[in-house]
Design a protein around this ligand. Structure first.
Ligand SMILES: [Zn+2]
Length: 455
């Protein structure tokens, strides 16, 4: 008996070592050895961040590869004027010199070797996958919302849920990605359906590939609404008042690429060889057509915030726009989940001017932040994109505002001031608390909308 255990152990160990040393059999992993993460205080009225951002990529025409030199992970905001920036080892001296010139002296290194953090996350995921094996789900209840999953597994869960809870959940297809993946979401309504003009709450997540906590929270909320309907009074009331559209992963190509090849991938995976042969993808949250290419836009295809060759050049965003425009009759709340920074960001992004419903949006955000605080004790700040940080145009937030949706927030989920500096590598043990607080925030915004709009 012990011998078979020993053989089984050795085989598992061999597979484990192979996977760690050769993380993906078909594709080489991006390597961030020696990249360090820095936090420093910035005067948000200066253009320091724009200056730094202009150095983000270096293109080596001999090897035809783009190498990341600098990457902004967390933008400073008025409430928290600290920036987190990833710096390539060969750029570190120049980076420090630039900061000295800008008289920024409070530099603090919060992670010395980002690759070791990425490796630790991969080890943990691999141990988890050995434990769970690749079993297919028998019931939607078997889906573990407290883990990070492949896109296929997310779709399997949503399909199963829509079959087994067909009185409440409809599977919706919103777009097809550049690489041909179907982008699914769910529409959740009370058993028996809803009248056609019922107001809706719309949630999308995963726009930026590496922000893994966002799709995990989207899936967590789907499960929570279905589970708690009829049990939790707030969930029940908000499902009776609103239809919920939740699209937990709207950039599946980028997400899978971040899982298999480059953990820090942010953009889509579109190829546009007429524009640039070397650099792939666009920033899906700079590609919306309303005020596309204005403030804070980047026209360099290699940049991490490249706005795309034209408005809606990315099929994911084109599909979302069509779906939002033609399939959702009465959108009342729109939330786009991102990470990280613990912020609730409302329009406008392209200008410092205030929207006409600015005060009402801020009132709802205040209630959401209070609900979060009461649920997990964590603090989220709120304000408009342009007033909290730097202008950004071509975002879904501005598109939805232009469309007349009353309550709109781009949410930067956890972490922020965490001493562990998890950044994008937030361990799955945080999914539950982050999901619970976001559910509380959305319930608070829903309750506010019901009161103010007399729904
Ligand atoms: Zn994001």
């Amino acid at each position: 008996m012990w011998f078979s255990y020993l053989v089984a152990f050795l085989l598992t160990w061999q597979v484990f070592c192979h996977a760690i040393n050769n993380p993906s059999s078909e594709e080489k992993q991006a390597d961030y050895s020696g990249y360090s993460l820095h936090r420093f205080k910035v005067d948000t009225s200066s253009n320091t961040m724009e200056k730094l951002e202009s150095y983000d990529m270096e293109l080596d025409k001999n090897t035809q590869t783009a190498r990341l030199l600098i990457d902004i992970w967390a933008e400073p905001s008025k409430q928290n004027p600290h920036a987190d920036i990833l710096v390539a080892p060969e750029f570190l001296e120049k980076f420090k010199a630039l900061l000295t010139r800008e008289e920024l002296v409070t530099l603090k290194m919060i992670e010395g070797d980002v690759q070791s953090q990425i490796n630790a996350e991969r080890h943990a995921m691999f141990r988890n996958s050995i434990r769970r094996r690749k079993r297919s789900l028998k019931s939607w209840k078997d889906f573990d919302v407290n883990s990070y999953h492949s896109y296929d597994k997310m779709v399997e869960f949503m399909k199963l849920l829509s079959e087994q809870k067909s009185d409440m959940v409809e599977l919706i297809k919103v777009a097809t990605s550049s690489e041909g993946r179907s982008i699914y979401g769910v529409k959740i309504h009370p058993p028996g359906g809803s009248p056609p003009e019922k107001p809706s709450i719309i949630v999308d997540a995963g726009v930026h590939a590496r922000e893994w906590i966002a799709p995990a929270v989207g899936l967590f909320m789907i499960r929570k609404i279905v589970d708690e309907y009829g049990r939790d009074p707030q969930v029940t009331a908000n499902l009776q008042k609103f239809d919920w559209y939740i699209m937990p992963q709207v950039n599946p190509d980028g997400y899978e690429y971040s899982r298999t090849s480059d953990r820090l991938w942010r953009k889509t995976r579109s190829k546009n060889t007429t524009v640039n042969r070397w650099c792939i993808g666009a920033d899906a949250n700079r590609n919306w057509g309303y005020r596309w290419g204005e403030a804070g836009a980047n026209r360099t295809p290699c940049s991490n915030i490249y706005m795309g060759s034209h408005p809606y050049s990315e099929p994911e965003i084109r599909g979302l726009k069509e779906y939002f425009t033609w399939q959702i009759a009465n959108p009342m709340v729109y939330i786009s989940l991102h990470s990280y920074g613990q912020l609730l960001l409302s329009p406008w992004g392209y200008t410092h001017e205030r929207t006409e419903n600015y005060q009402d949006q801020q009132n709802a955000a205040k209630e959401a932040a209070m609900a979060i605080k009461n649920t997990t004790g964590v603090s989220y700040s709120y304000g408009t994109i342009s007033e909290m940080m730097y202008p950004a145009s071509g975002t879904s937030i501005d598109f939805m505002q232009h469309r007349g949706v009353p309550y709109i927030y781009g949410v930067e989920l956890r972490p922020t001031d965490n001493p562990n500096s998890f950044a994008f590598n937030l361990p799955p043990s945080f999914i539950r608390a982050t999901g619970d607080e976001m559910m509380a925030a959305l319930n608070a915004i829903g309750t506010h909308a019901v009161k103010v709009k007399r729904l």
